[in-house]
Design a protein around this ligand. Structure first.
Ligand SMILES: [Zn+2]
Length: 140
């Protein structure tokens, strides 16, 4: 491991030194916890670009699902459409929640909105089997 750098002036500090030899600032040892790399991964996964990409992908799945449902004439078509829709909603919802929690660069109320919409979408997906069975009752 190389020498550490002073937080104040950037000068190199020998490993065992408690103070910076250049400016005299106290050396604050970085306490690296195990959770930090995981935190970093979350920040990468839920970066703004990834969120936008995942939401677009999710909306694409929902859109295809709606198309399949529009043109399907039997229950198999409806089932495929439901799977596509569920995946789209689940993906978008998850990314919204994750992005809302992790992205501290986004405005507070926008993040709160993202989490709320995400939770709503996942709740919707979880209630789909019930909706599906009630739809099936109306299909002769
Ligand atoms: Zn210094």
């Amino acid at each position: 491991m190389s020498n550490e750098k002073c937080n104040k002036c950037g000068a190199e500090i020998p490993m065992d030194s408690k103070f910076c030899l250049n400016c005299g600032a106290k050396v604050v040892k970085e306490t690296r916890t195990v959770s930090e790399p995981i935190h970093q991964i979350f920040h990468t996964v839920f970066s703004k670009n990834m969120i936008i990409a995942a939401i677009l992908l999710g909306l694409l799945f929902i859109w295809i699902g709606v198309l399949v449902m529009t043109f399907s004439t039997d229950t198999t078509g409806y089932r495929v459409a439901m799977v596509l829709n569920s995946f789209g909603f689940f993906l978008t919802g998850t990314v919204l929640i994750g992005g809302g929690i992790v992205n501290d660069t986004i405005e507070k109320y926008v993040r709160l909105g993202m989490v709320v919409v995400g939770v709503y979408m996942i709740t919707f997906v979880l209630s789909l089997p019930g909706i599906l069975s009630s739809i099936r009752n109306f299909i002769p």
